[in-house]
Design a protein around this ligand. Structure first.
Ligand code: FO1
Length: 321
């Protein structure tokens, strides 16, 4: 392991942004790249929306709204109110300040720039030095399979508030997508990968569905450390717990570990799930138990330190027999 290890982080929405912020606090730009899910993207009201890219950018710029988990702090909704009055679609909330991001992205894409170039432009303009790269510059879209049939991701996640019974998700366009150039380069250079505590089904699996991603990760034989997005077993609220229950999975770090299989070599689980460590180790993974709840920046930074330290120790120790 080089003295200056290079970390590749895989991130989705809310949980991804929090740990990305922590990683950016402990690693300089030359030692960290964050690859982000784009399968939540969609064109809405004529604007290209990239929710997970924006969640990560806003988190890195300390502009995100911590209560909502998405969009900007101090946001106003005049545009939405005016659109409502005109009978327009307001189920997907676009704040007045957030609108600027979508407008700029849509304009740049219309000029022929790639998602990667737009992400880099926005990062630069927001004063972010760390590299935030889309998983692909080609369109990949999560199509959610439910008891009511298939639906586009934002229709399931936002318009229907995840009410339909979750049956699975496919990734339209993944078979023809290429990893974004920067992502492919970083994948070859990284000394370790950190999978942030994002939704496995709709934030991390789309990244892994990009052709060659999973094989490259496995082939590189580098530590892949993941922070469990589930804490405290069934006590977990929110869409992920419901999705896991509807897939008949244990709503626990063990259930998530089984989902990722041999791709992840090291799990970080919360103190609340310490009792599950042996069962996860029995899958052939190493386990580190610590606080994984991220509220203040100190939590994000401490968890990032744990993840990087765990990944680097890994590389130092012989693989599990
Ligand atoms: N999530 C919601 O639950 N309701 C919304 O109205 C909503 C609007 C929105 C606008 C911009 C953006 O970047 C994200 C937004 N999100 C909203 C979150 C988004 O659906 C999720 O962050 C991801 O797609 C899943 O991680």
């Amino acid at each position: 392991m080089s003295a200056e290890p290079f970390i590749l982080a895989l991130a989705g929405g809310v949980g991804g942004g929090k740990l990305a912020r922590g990683l950016a606090a402990v690693l300089p730009p030359e030692r960290l790249t964050i690859a982000v899910n784009t399968a939540d993207d969609f064109v809405h009201l004529g604007l290209h929306i990239s929710p997970d890219i924006d969640s990560v950018l806003y988190a890195l710029a300390d502009l995100n709204d911590p209560e909502r988990g998405w969009g900007l702090a101090g946001e106003t909704w005049q545009f939405m109110d005016a659109l409502e009055r005109l009978g327009g679609e307001t189920w997907f909330r676009l704040g007045d300040r957030d609108l600027a991001t979508h407008m700029l992205r849509t304009q740049e894409l219309a000029k022929g720039r790639s998602l990667s170039e737009v992400a880099a432009l926005l990062a630069r303009r927001l004063g972010i030095e760390h590299a935030v790269v889309p998983m692909s510059d080609d369109p990949v879209r999560s199509i959610v399979d439910t008891d009511e049939g298939t639906m586009a991701f934002q229709d399931y996640f936002v318009r229907r508030k995840c009410e339909p019974v979750f049956r699975g998700v496919s990734f339209a366009g993944a078979d023809k997508a290429q990893p974004a150039a920067t992502f492919a380069t970083v994948l070859e250079r990284a000394n370790a990968v950190v999978i942030t505590p994002s939704n496995p089904f709709v934030s991390i699996d789309p990244i892994l569905a990009v052709p060659g991603m999973r094989d490259t990760l496995l082939g590189r034989c580098i530590p892949v450390v993941a922070v469990s997005p589930v804490v405290g077993g069934n006590a977990v609220k929110g869409p992920l717990a419901k999705m896991m229950r509807e897939r008949g999975m244990d709503v626990s770090p063990l259930g998530v570990a089984r989902h990722y299989g041999s791709l992840v070599s090291g799990w970080i689980v919360d103190d609340a799930d310490r009792a599950l460590a042996p069962a996860i180790e029995a899958l052939g993974c190493r386990v580190r138990v610590c606080n994984t709840m991220m509220h203040a920046i100190e939590d994000k930074t401490q968890l990032a330190r744990e993840a990087v330290d765990f990944a680097l120790k890994f590389a130092a120790e012989p693989a599990l027999t």
